[in-house]
Write a protein that binds this ligand. Sequence first.
Ligand code: FAD
Length: 467
Amino acid sequence: MMKNSRRTAIKAGVALGAVGGLGLLAELLKEPVEQIPSVAPPAAGKPVWSNWSGINRCQPAALLTPQDEQGIVDIVRSASGSLRCVGAGHSFTALVPTDGTLISLDQLAGIVEHQGFNVRVKGGTRLAQLERELDALGLALHNQADIDAQSYAGAISTATHGTGRELQALHAKVQALRIVTPSGQTIECSTVNQPDLLHAAQVSLGSLGVITEATIEVVPAFRLHRKVSLMPLEEMLTSAPSLATQNRHFEFFYLPFTGYAAAITHNVYEGDAVSRPPSADESMLHDLRQLRDWAGRFPALRRWLAQKLIDPALTEEARDRSWKLLSTSRPSKFNETEFHVPQEAGIACVREVIQALERHNDAYFPVEFRFVKADDAWLSPFYRRDACSIAVHAAGGEAYRYFADDIEPIYRKYQGRPHWGKLHTHRASDFAGLYPRWKDFLEIRKQYDPTGRMLNPHLRQVFGVAT
Ligand SMILES: Cc1cc2nc3c(=O)[nH]c(=O)nc-3n(C[C@H](O)[C@H](O)[C@H](O)COP(=O)(O)OP(=O)(O)OC[C@H]3O[C@@H](n4cnc5c(N)ncnc54)[C@H](O)[C@@H]3O)c2cc1C
């Protein structure tokens, strides 16, 4: 959405770099970017697992892909050492790593049956597959996350969410779960049968057992009309609450050091018209990176350049099936922190987050601001609290220590609850004050896993369990 096309922006960069003395100028202006140190090469002979962004990796004793639920029961009963489940590996926190047995449910995928708007789905089903199978039945998920690469069980286990003031996170639609417990028993819980267990298990970080199936409430298939427009930041901060009320889905992305934010709305439309121009997200990201690379050391120059390059009048529109518009693909790797603050504190919090982020000259990824409705799952960051979700990203391979040092204190000030799958430094003592049913969850966890088979170092810190 920059005034100059992506190609023009690159041309300008190449020109700066190519012309003798200007090449030197470009180098002088360039912000030195701190990189994450590379990890040691893996030991031979063992499987290697790494998460999507590459910051978590492990070499489990075994990485197993059972064919069915009985296969999971057999593994749980026979394995020694710790047990963890992996979905699509799209969490940034170290939820998955283990040196014991890692179980992937990739072979347990697809819809098992459906009755009206209740659908029973296998735990390993990727959201992209689920959306397509639902669509073929004339059904859809009520909402979606930014991407659909996740497994269903992995997504609900960390309270994955989309945006919409009246729309809850994915786990809130779970009516029943089938779980292989750490002792190898298969149990079921639902809104009528053991509802407390269901409320604990809906968001449980893979700590209560292996979720093999979920029954979820879905909605009739629907189509969405997307509109994207740019606004000066102050106008966006003032308009965001009413835009969230007026639109089924509303979110905004603030473009660092530009003074502008992109408002994205999605609303239901009737009819068959479809138009989906290719996404401009990657070229926008490229432009933002170019600006950082050229003028990162000089924020005032960077802002001035951005004002010259951005065309605030540019808009984008698309119409298509809900799942084709709500989720996208993210080819550029990044690391991310996201906290969910009480909705009434959202604007004040994001304002401070933006100020803190712009003290880091190497930042260029947009800040994402979303709305999520409250639910009843005990470890849901939206537990009985409507929230605004505020996310900060750093490019893959680049340093992100400032999330913890400079951004997290702001989230804490506003009683933010961290996204379970995104980077945070909270410990059990922090969670105890943020989650009214924290102790109840810990009791259920201990009841089902008294020896801590399904814990790893990260979860021991989260739950306050000694090694
Ligand atoms: C590019 C990108 C975009 C994202 N966008 C969003 C977004 O818009 N909204 C949002 O809320 N989040 C988002 N996320 C975060 C992501 O949705 C969550 O981290 C989610 O948990 C990832 O699902 P997964 O299948 O990869 O699970 P994994 O990361 O593999 O696992 C997550 C947790 O689930 C557990 N688990 C997995 N399978 C099972 C099972 N069968 N039984 C029990 N436990 C299990 C694991 O043990 C682990 O604790 C994004 C992440 C990335 C990388």
